[in-house]
Design a protein. Structure first.
Length: 423
């Protein structure tokens, strides 16, 4: 394939790119045992995206109700984010590592303006798992303790530190020994956290809503009670907002639903504006000062790069200005109601519907049914996916600015898929 590609494609060029793409994927990138067939699966080759739509190489449109697992809260190629990043690209794509880059400093300021409480000091990195790694290191450095408490079915990433606090054994077992001082308790059970805390516990790590765990929403008393327990016991609270942050759950941050201020907050996914990979962890002046002993205890070559910082700044600005958290709350409430109507209509298939904002899970009666529903929706050109730690849950995670008629199409396609599967 010759790069760059800047002109409309002929049918022959489309066919060539599709075939080469699948062959190269199978030869150089594939981790899965099942090969993609270059002739049968050519329509799988994506080519462009705009708003809530993705087009494959042949120009066929798919409604994106997956949102890159939470990346595309602003949709694909939001014009303001694209324009800002292109401008920065023309001036200085990466930073010198020596001088002060004002673009990254501005991103830090904007983030501090919207984070809860006195969270204001930020370390920018490249991904969610890196943000968790940094938070774990900072918690150990500040508290001078080694232990962590996480929850069953939690998902915090797959690098060795973040995997150590990820609560699904199938991902952990091949890489043991991981961090040794990690305990797991049921999600939603504050008393279990209190019992698990020891004199060596540095921090409790929690998602406001368990995304990969099956879109599990805790009771309203859970986070306030955990915050009370951790403060009393001198243990840090790390909020993993990688998936829930920036409006996904109907509030700017998931912890805002319960007026809780964590000690460290981890972000990524939507922080990129859907354009450039970007992650961060943010904390207080006091906790961040633990790095002052040796600032090089934690570093990242690309973490403060101005392209990502530009995307993050614009993502924050657009999300707040367009009131996307409020829109997420409104659309999510209406969508939950309609999906529960489908549950009443198809009780043989749907066990439960749950969610917060536009992070919604449809729990099917078994894993095979979940996969079949996702396949049927794909055939209707609607993209969804299952939850990583609970595959029977079909996850709905569209852009927060998705046009409402697209959600109508989702409901109609899901209703049709379930009727066809029962026939």
């Amino acid at each position: 394939m010759k790069l760059p590609i800047e002109h409309p494609l002929s049918r022959d060029e489309q066919e060539q790119i599709a075939a080469e793409g699948i062959d190269n994927w199978n030869t150089y990138l594939r981790r899965f045992p099942k090969l993609k067939d270059r002739d049968k699966d050519r329509n799988l080759v994506e080519w462009s995206g705009e708003g809530s739509l993705i087009k494959n190489i042949y120009g066929e449109e798919y409604i994106d109700c997956l949102g890159g697992y939470g990346i595309f809260s602003l949709g694909h190629r939001h014009p303001e984010v694209i324009r800002a990043v292109k401008s920065q690209l023309d001036r200085m794509p990466l930073h010198s590592q020596y001088l002060v880059n004002p673009i990254t400093a501005e991103a830090g300021r904007r983030l501090a303006e919207v984070t809860p409480g006195n969270l204001k000091r930020t370390f920018f990195c490249n991904s969610g798992t890196e943000s968790i790694e940094g938070a774990l290191k900072l918690a150990r450095l500040y508290t001078k303790k080694s232990g962590f408490i996480s929850t069953h079915n939690a998902f915090h990433g797959k690098s060795l530190g973040s995997l150590s606090v990820t609560g699904r054994e199938v991902f952990r077992e091949p890489f043991k020994p991981l961090l040794q001082d990690v305990g797991f308790v049921p999600f939603g059970d504050a008393a279990a956290i209190e019992r698990a805390i020891t004199r060596d516990t540095a921090a409790v790590v929690l998602e406001p809503v368990q995304g990969e765990g099956g879109v599990i929403v805790p009771g309203d008393d859970y986070f306030p009670r955990v915050r009370e327990i951790t403060a009393k016991r001198g243990v840090l609270l790390i909020a993993d907002e990688v998936q829930t942050g920036l409006g996904r759950t109907g509030a700017l941050f998931g912890v805002n639903h319960w007026n809780v201020v964590p000690d460290i907050m981890c972000l990524a996914k939507a922080l990129s504006g859907g354009v450039i990979p970007c992650g961060a962890f943010t904390t207080t002046d006091e906790i961040y000062a633990a790095f002052h002993v040796n600032p090089m205890f934690h570093s990242s070559t690309f973490g403060n790069n101005p392209l990502a910082a530009t995307a993050a700044s614009m993502a924050i600005e657009v999300t707040v200005r367009e009131r996307l958290p409020e829109r997420s709350a409104r659309l999510g409430s209406a969508l939950l109601k309609r999906l529960r109507g489908l549950q009443e209509k198809h009780p043989w298939a749907i066990r439960e519907v749950r969610g917060k904002g536009l992070l919604i899970g449809i729990e099917m009666r078994d894993e095979a049914l979940g996969g079949a529903v996702a396949d049927r929706l794909y055939a209707s050109r609607i993209l969804v996916a299952y939850a990583l730690n609970k595959p029977e849950v079909v996850r709905i995670e569209p852009p927060l600015n998705i046009p409402e008629p697209y959600l109508d199409k989702l409901i109609d396609a899901l209703d049709g898929a379930l009727a066809a599967l029962k026939a």
